[in-house]
Design a protein around this ligand. Structure first.
Ligand SMILES: [Zn+2]
Length: 77
């Protein structure tokens, strides 16, 4: 990149977008289909787990089983 001004703009913008993205993930509530436990997934688990439509394969903190957990849009635990 020849223009240093472009870097000065791109770096803060990408940092802000990254923070918004991570903040959004940490607010997402998932429901375990087996025991009904509602929980939030850590952002790194979110990134590591597979995504299937409206759910994600996550490990339930209550029954410790890895399964497809559906996103709950009301965001309440
Ligand atoms: Zn469970």
């Amino acid at each position: 990149m020849d223009n240093p001004l472009l870097l000065i703009i791109i770096i803060p913008v990408s940092l802000i977008l990254g923070l918004v993205f991570v903040g959004d993930i940490s607010k997402t509530v998932y429901t375990c289909p087996k025991c009904g436990k509602r929980f939030r997934a850590k952002w790194y688990k979110y990134l590591l787990s597979g995504h299937y439509g409206k759910g994600k394969v996550l490990k339930c903190p209550k029954c410790k089983t890895r399964q497809l957990c559906v996103v709950s849009y009301d965001q309440k635990l």
